[in-house]
Design a protein around this ligand. Structure first.
Ligand SMILES: Nc1nc2c(c(=O)[nH]1)N[C@H]1C(S)=C(S)[C@@H](COP(=O)(O)O)O[C@H]1N2
Ligand SMILES: [Mo]
Length: 174
């Protein structure tokens, strides 16, 4: 038999924390490398700090065929500007030496060049997505959106880190 419980009370609604819903707490995305202000950002912080953009994209996957998605997110360029790459921003040749290595939690990773997203070079509107097809990515993690890519391989999901920097120039032939 059920024992009588405490008298019912009117309570104010409390928003459940991720722990209450069983979802893991979001791990911040770490932006590191040759930067003046390295950053660690959750999807919620991305959404709060930078202007939101939308991208309707189609990309092809070698195994699954064409995929169509609508992403909402912030410009990778805006986020990296805040992190302050250690180049001389007034010198295009200095900017053109920088690489961006983007990693997913499963070990998938790919590189972009700074010049791809730089307005003076490729000017590609690459996003760090905060939602896909109307569903927030707070728990899953941000996804890279590269609208100019025909293939989906660089649409890296569950991003855990972005490294920014230059690599050593190739050695001179002897
Ligand atoms: N973290 C992570 N992101 C990834 C991949 C992956 O293996 N790991 N595969 C890529 C590939 S090959 C494609 S086509 C797109 C879309 O894959 P999906 O259709 O399996 O979501 O995600 C990309 N993002
Ligand atoms: Mo793919």
């Amino acid at each position: 038999m059920r024992r009588p419980g405490p008298p019912s009370r009117t309570t104010t609604a409390v928003r459940p924390t991720p722990a209450d819903t069983g979802a893991p707490a979001p791990r911040p995305l770490e932006i590191r490398g040759q930067l003046r202000r390295p950053l660690a950002l959750t999807v919620a912080q991305l959404r709060e700090r930078w202007p939101r953009h939308r991208a309707e994209v189609v990309f092809d996957c070698a195994t699954n065929g064409p995929q169509r998605h609508t992403f909402e997110g912030v410009l990778l360029r805006d986020v990296l500007d805040a992190a302050g790459p250690a180049f001389d921003a007034s010198r295009r040749k200095d900017r053109s030496r920088y690489l961006l290595a983007v990693s997913g939690g499963d070990g998938h990773h790919a590189v972009l060049s700074w010049a791809e997203i730089d307005a003076d070079f490729g000017d590609a509107p690459v996003l760090l997505a905060t939602a896909m097809d109307g569903r927030p990515l707070d728990t899953a993690g941000s996804q890279l959106v590269v609208p100019s890519d025909r293939c989906g391989a660089r649409y890296i999901s569950a991003i855990t880190g972005i490294w920014v920097g230059t690599c050593a120039p190739p050695g001179q032939p002897k």
